[in-house]
Structure formats: structure tokens, C-alpha cells
Design a protein around this ligand. Structure first.
Ligand code: ATP
Ligand code: MG
Ligand code: MG
Length: 346
């Protein structure tokens, strides 16, 4: 086989495509519209994410199907059967905040105190259970902090409910953490797991700003988090890259959420690791052996270029040790990820 089908047309698909090309494979994108992945794709099937017939026609043209985006309904993906890696089950669990938190709890992981919020009445009960401050999040389809509202007091309930557009949602206790981090691992078709050095992540306005490796401040929380991530990957029989996000809590690592895919906090691996997260994802979904995740540098820091940040890109070309990535998006809207820069200290 020689073609990887990718559901989604964003920058993650584009970077999977770059890694695939290096190994002699090509990508065929399935998405309703064109995005950064289309610029480098061999073919594009245009269709809705829930159009089972169109998805099946697409899958028939490729050797394996993967996804770069988890905000798609799981049922149509399930209809594609074993050709999809990671499986539709990984997608179904990871895209739903109730399912992912329950799943992780069953494996011994600890999210912040949380409660399911089916409707407005349930929100009052959830506030009584979880307390304030708290964060109300839509159960599905949120990203970059969208679909979230902070409650400082129970009197914020109406405004929070309205601002996320109603339920289904979950309410979780606000975690007063110093630091947060993510565990990025790849699991092969044969069950082999490689776990990248864990980056410390800093967010700005709900959007990832920087990922830094190594980060001594988070070290005491990493072993527990990495062990949990490996358990989750195993329990899902996950194939491909899997990411778990954590807060550094007072009593250990607090699980936030997972993504069944390559992750923004893993972009540093393109220059900073022997094998990037994108290459290991390609290797995993194709059933190839995984590559080393050893660092190739002493220190690596990835910074996202969000919205107008991207205007500074020419200066980054002149900076020693800076590796610029632009996603080819034409319009720099506020909050939009336009590219990233990885600064490497050898
Ligand atoms: P992503 O783009 O990572 O998928 P998302 O929209 O799914 O983001 P979360 O990861 O749930 O959102 O939250 C975004 C950020 O908001 C977190 O990385 C963290 O900085 C902050 N945050 C989320 N939940 C909490 C919480 N319970 N307590 C404190 N901060 C939180
Ligand atoms: Mg998320
Ligand atoms: Mg997140």
C-alpha cells in the first residue's frame, strides 16, 4: 500500500503528510472543505464527516484511514471497520468528556471533581456537588478553550449555561495548578509503546502558547501520568499517537483530557526528537516499527504563532536555532493557529 487516508484537512494532517512523504507514502484527504492539508495532498474527497457512503468510497481508495481531528461523530467512522487507526472506539472515548473521564477513572486516573450536566436543572445540582470555582464545558466538540465558561459563584450559573449554548455539558472543579503538561505516546500495531519526553505546556486565553522540554518543574508528576497514559493506550488497544493532558495537582497528576491523535504539544518533536510524533503516527497506522523518541537537543521550546503573531515570521528566519513552520492559512484571524516556531538548543 502507499496511500494514507486522513479525515480532516487541518495543519495536523498537513504535518502527517510531510512525514508520510518522507517515507514514500502519500496522503488522500477527506474533509468538507479545503485546509492546510490539501496543499500537500495527493487527492481530496470532499464530503461531510457524517456521510457514511462518501466515507466508505474514500476508504476504498486508500490503504489505511486515520484522523487528525476528533470532533467528528464516531458512528460513521465505526462503519469503516478495521481500516481505521486509531479505532473508532479511541475516537468515541476521547471525544466525549464524560466518557474519557469515566474511562480514565476506571483505570485509576484522577480527574478534578466533576459532574455530568444534562440540562439547566442539573447544573444547580452539579454546582452543589462540585463547588465553585468551577469550569463548565460542553461534553463534545470543544477545542482551544471554546465551549467553556468559568463559574466563580453559583450565581454565575445562568450566564455560564447561556455562554456555552446549553448542554449536554460537564462541570469540573477549577484546579489551581502551577503547571500543566501532556504525555504524548505512540502505540504500534504490535502493542509496542514509545513515550516522548514530557513537555510543560503554557496556555494563553485557553489556547496552547508554548511547550518546553525538558521541564524540571513538572518532573515529580510525570511518572504517574506516563504510567496512566500507557494503561489508557493499552485498554483502548490504541494504534497511533495518543495524548493525555494533565495539571500538576497538590496530590499528584490531575487528568484533564485526551486526544486520540498527534497533538500541538508534540510539535517540538519534529526537530527535537529522533522520530517526530507525525512519523511515529504514520509508522504506527501502517503497522511499521516505531522509531526512537530520544531527544536530539538539550532543550526545545515550541511557540505557537496565533493570529497576528505570524506577521513576525521573517525575523524568525534570521534567528539561529529557530525552526519556522507556517500552515499556509491565508487569513490571520484572532485565536487562529497560523504556524509555530521551534527553538532548539543543541
Ligand atoms: P484543546 O485545544 O487542548 O483540546 P479544550 O478546548 O478541549 O482544549 P481544555 O483542555 O479542557 O479545553 O481546557 C483548555 C485549558 O483551560 C487547559 O489546558 C487549562 O489551561 C484550562 N483549564 C481547563 N480545565 C480547567 C480546570 N478544571 N481547572 C483549571 N484550568 C482548566
Ligand atoms: Mg480538547
Ligand atoms: Mg486541552
Amino acid at each position: 500500500g502507499s496511500t494514507i487516508g486522513i479525515i480532516g484537512s487541518g495543519q495536523l494532517g498537513r504535518m502527517i503528510g510531510v512525514a508520510a512523504a518522507q517515507l514514500g507514502y502519500r496522503i488522500h484527504v477527506y474533509a468538507p472543505d479545503s485546509g492546510p492539508a490539501n496543499d500537500i495532498a495527493f487527492a481530496h474527497s470532499r464530503g461531510a464527516y457524517d456521510d457514511v457512503d462518501a466515507l466508505k468510497a474514500f476508504a476504498a481508495q486508500v490503504d489505511v484511514v486515520t484522523y487528525e481531528f476528533e470532533n467528528i461523530a464516531a458512528a460513521p467512522i465505526e462503519a469503516l471497520g478495521d481500516k481505521v487507526r486509531p479505532s473508532a472506539r479511541s475516537l468515541a472515548v476521547a471525544q466525549d468528556r464524560v466518557r474519557e473521564k469515566s474511562f480514565v477513572e476506571q483505570l485509576g486516573g484522577r480527574p478534578a471533581r466533576w459532574a455530568e450536566v444534562a440540562d439547566r436543572a442539573a447544573l444547580d445540582a452539579a454546582i452543589a456537588q462540585v463547588g465553585c470555582p468551577a469550569v463548565l464545558k460542553t461534553t463534545r466538540f470543544g477545542y482551544d478553550g471554546k465551549g467553556q465558561a468559568r463559574l466563580m459563584a453559583p450565581t454565575d450559573a445562568d450566564a455560564a449555561w447561556e455562554s456555552i449554548g446549553g448542554g449536554p455539558a460537564i462541570l469540573e472543579a477549577f484546579v489551581g495548578f502551577e503547571d500543566e503538561f501532556s504525555v504524548v505516546l505512540a502505540r504500534g500495531l504490535d502493542g509496542a509503546v514509545v513515550t516522548y519526553p514530557t513537555p510543560k505546556n503554557v496556555h494563553k486565553a485557553g489556547i496552547l502558547d508554548t511547550s518546553t522540554v525538558p521541564a524540571p518543574a513538572i518532573a515529580p508528576w510525570c511518572a504517574e501520568a506516563e504510567a496512566l497514559a500507557a494503561k489508557v493506550a493499552e485498554a483502548l488497544d490504541h494504534v497511533g499517537v495518543l495524548t493525555l493532558e494533565f495539571f500538576c495537582g497538590r496530590d499528584g497528576a490531575v487528568f484533564n483530557e485526551m486526544a486520540p491523535r498527534v497533538h500541538n504539544s508534540g510539535h517540538w518533536t519534529i526537530e527535537g526528537s529522533e522520530t517526530s510524533q507525525f512519523e511515529n503516527h504514520v509508522r504506527a497506522v501502517l503497522g511499521l516499527p516505531l522509531g526512537s523518541v530520544a531527544m536530539t537537543a538539550k532543550r526545545v521550546k515550541m511557540t505557537n504563532l496565533i493570529g497576528d503573531d505570524v506577521a513576525a515570521w521573517p525575523a524568525l528566519l534570521a534567528e539561529p536555532g529557530a525552526h519556522l513552520h507556517l500552515y499556509g492559512k491565508h487569513e490571520a484571524r484572532p485565536g487562529r493557529k497560523m504556524g509555530h516556531v521551534t527553538r532548539v538548543t543543541r
